[in-house]
Write a protein that binds this ligand. Structure first.
Ligand code: ATP
Ligand code: PRP
Length: 317
């Protein structure tokens, strides 16, 4: 394909082609001024203002491409990275490097069983049927559990070899929560965020295998480390801008110590003197999630003219 010849000098950056992480990823790219035009049905897009190409791939496949060094950078869930690394026998991978937690796509990979059944603990599932999209992590989880059980029962692994897994791990590509009701599983290992899907299927969680958020990952030896660093700094700036707001207010100098405790800033608040004797103007970054409370406390402490402004973008070390 003629298009592919344009990729030679470009850093390849994989982003989810659909699903839960995609919109937040596109917002991050847009906030980082990574401009691209994606042709209809094409999974590769050349970036117009950087020597970069975006590759749109299923989130679960991204660690494989990055781990094998075929793609330099990627955004996906941490769950998919640990699933890739848990392959047994190990796949051909040099491993992925987690550069940054992106703080969205928060979920847990959990062992779930029917709410009204006999199974109460993960140990009760040993030797039974498990359905999951995360077969590597589930096999590892139950292998460890079986090893622990054997130890307490005083059994050994024989001649140093891997003992065969007694728990049956079966793969399903989606709608995993239906597996117990359909009689193919005694338990499942699947992602939970709000818990709505789990409860609707009459299931409950009995253990957590992995906690996950979206992460920025790179291969061990990216083709252009300087560009990787530039993109990392831009993305970090966008995430900080999303997380913080800028709070400015006026306060009497005598109350400065008290208000600085309420809005300590990321490093320290910026203080400017006002024309009015004894008064100062303060500006500080405040986490968006606690700004309303901070404004209440500032008012109680005598601050006035409190303004909160959205941060468009940011950059710091
Ligand atoms: N309910 C959820 N809440 C938050 N993050 C989630 C949730 N489900 C999945 N994720 C995250 O998003 C990643 C992609 O999952 P998603 O279900 O969107 O994949 P997909 O590519 O659409 O595949 P599928 O076709 O299997 O659904 C997961 O690996 C996980 O990190
Ligand atoms: O705890 P909740 O907020 O309900 O979210 C959990 C659900 O989200 C994911 O599935 P998704 O909806 O992406 O579709 P899938 O089942 O096809 O993977 C996951 O596999 C669960 O089914």
């Amino acid at each position: 394909m003629e298009f592919v010849s344009h990729l030679n000098d470009r850093l390849l950056f994989a982003v989810p082609k659909k699903g839960r992480l995609q919109q937040a990823c596109l917002d991050l790219l847009s906030g980082s001024d990574i401009k691209f035009h994606r042709h209809n049905r094409l999974d590769i897009a050349l970036v117009m203002n950087l020597p970069l190409a975006l590759v749109f791939l299923p989130a679960a496949d991204i660690p494989m491409y990055v781990g094998e060094g075929r793609v330099d950078l990627g955004i996906t869930g941490r769950d998919t990275c640990v699933e890739h690394e848990a392959a047994e026998p190990p796949t051909e991978t040099t491993g992925v490097v987690e550069i940054m937690d992106l703080e969205f796509g928060k979920c847990k990979l959990q062992v779930q069983v029917p709410e009204k059944g006999e199974i109460q603990t993960p140990e009760d599932l040993v030797g039974k049927n498990i359905v999951t999209s995360f077969t590597n992590l589930s096999a590892k989880y139950f292998r460890d559990l079986e090893a622990k059980q054997s130890q307490t029962e005083g059994q050994t692994n024989g001649e140093g070899g891997h003992k065969a897994l007694r728990t049956h791990i079966k793969h399903a590509g989606g709608s995993v929560e239906a597996a117990c009701a359909l009689g193919v599983a005694d338990g499942i290992v699947d992602l939970v965020e709000s818990g709505e899907t789990m409860r609707a299927a009459g299931l409950k969680a009995i253990a957590t295998v992995v906690e996950s958020t979206a992460v920025l990952i790179s291969s061990k030896n990216p083709s252009d480390p300087k560009l990787v660093n530039l993109i990392t700094q831009r993305i970090k700036g966008v995430i900080t801008a999303q997380k913080y707001v800028l709070c400015t207010y006026n306060v009497e100098r005598k109350n400065l110590a008290a208000v600085s405790r309420i809005t300590p800033g990321k490093r320290a608040p910026t203080i400017n003197s006002l024309e009015e004797e004894g008064w100062v103007a303060v500006s500080a970054m405040v986490e968006r999630s606690r700004v309303a409370r901070a404004m209440d406390e500032l008012t109680e402490t005598g601050a006035t003219d409190i303004l909160v402004t959205k941060i468009e973008n940011s950059r710091s070390m």
